[in-house]
Write a protein that binds this ligand. Sequence first.
Ligand SMILES: Nc1ncnc2c1ncn2[C@@H]1O[C@H](COP(=O)(O)OP(=O)(O)OP(=O)(O)O)[C@@H](O)[C@H]1O
Ligand SMILES: [Mg+2]
Length: 443
Amino acid sequence: MPNLSHSLLVLATALAVLATWRFWPMVGYPFTALNVRASWRRVALGCGLTKKRARWAFTLTPGALVSTGTVKVRRRFRRIAVDTTPRIRLPLPNRHGWRVTVHLLEGQIPDDYAQVAERLAHSWGVHAVRVSSPRPGRVVLAAIIRDPLMRVDRLPPSEELLKVTVGRLETGAPWVIDFRTVPHWLSAGATQSGKSNLANALIVGLAPQPVALVGFDLKGGVEFTPYTPRLSALATTRTESVGLLDDLVTLMLNRMDLCRKAGARNIWQLPPAVRPVPVVVLVDELAELYLMADRSEKDEVAHTSTTLLRVARLGRAFGIYLFCCGQRIGSDLGPGVTALRAQCSGRICHRVNDPETATMTLGDLDPAALVSARAIPAETPGVAIVASQDGQWYRARSFHVSEAAAEHAAWMYADLTPSWAEITAHAPTTEFDPADLDELLTA
Ligand SMILES: Nc1ncnc2c1ncn2[C@@H]1O[C@H](COP(=O)(O)OP(=O)(O)OP(=O)(O)O)[C@@H](O)[C@H]1O
Ligand SMILES: [Mg+2]
């Protein structure tokens, strides 16, 4: 009998946990909502979100000592300082937890709340609190109970040219890398943080599209060589990279020439029949392009750095897009990297070992983004902070795409691979001088 009651107890607990997990809005939410309302004053005070205000009030002050030995207490009407708590509305449940709207006190800004988001998360015992401000005077605190990125379900691939759904954002929305909106990307992260996995996701997403893929694999080709059937060109050493980068600049000049003759500002304004194929350039271990063992490599590094920068600065209009991965993308690699970084509006920061890499990758974004990047645990490879041109940052996780899946896609769509000779066939005309390019770059 005790065994039966014990089993029933275990079953009831399991059901309660399951119900709270599965039907959280109905089961767990009412308690949470009451608790958040009841504890808000304490939480706001602890997180420094209250303000002192002077108010008139009756206070009790000790008066004269009476003959019985007790102190007579007097009531006095006077100004006292009180803590004012921001008003909150009723928390509303959502898929990942709940959210509550707060009315800002005078002089407060949403950033005051963003800075204490971690404190709020600990006070409420949730995974994270995200802060947004839908309108002036209000902030919405979204409490996320469990990390929604622990498991990300795959989404259908994007049908649009140069758009790839590579994972999910923390909000549940798809994480889309759209090269036509954000042409150049930097993806940083420590070893085993998921950089190559993301590159695999891009290869799988771009392989069926009418685009040319070009690889720079400075790890001696170990990462990209299996994808050769779908790559129009691959450089695996720095010497090969110099040649391939020169080819890319020549290609850009040709396209520039073509656009100028057709009176188009970019390849997308050209008639589809003459529009050249877009080229997506994937670079793994970017730092290897910049590192110098001795002074003899100085000229080679300077040349590589300049050509890559040229591609980044003018590539967008001529259908050449960059996706650069590296463990460290810092100013210690030279001014070329800093200039390249400035051209890459898409930033992805995976788990990092040092705070500088996060700062260098994400730039002067919201400090909360840096805190979030540094808090990515090693157990969740593929989780990253993503920032692009809308000025927002998101926590996201790529879908797991194995090397085998990327290799399979490369073989499956091998017939869509334009040959490099075919892409670069058209030689630059004499009337277009490479000096024109420098003129454009300095403009
Ligand atoms: N989104 C993901 N979901 C699940 N597992 C992942 C994800 N991304 C990466 N992984 C796994 O994490 C491991 C490391 O990933 P990956 O090789 O992409 O790291 P990396 O950053 O390229 O490392 P390195 O700098 O050493 O090349 C791999 O075993 C990979 O399968
Ligand atoms: Mg890798």
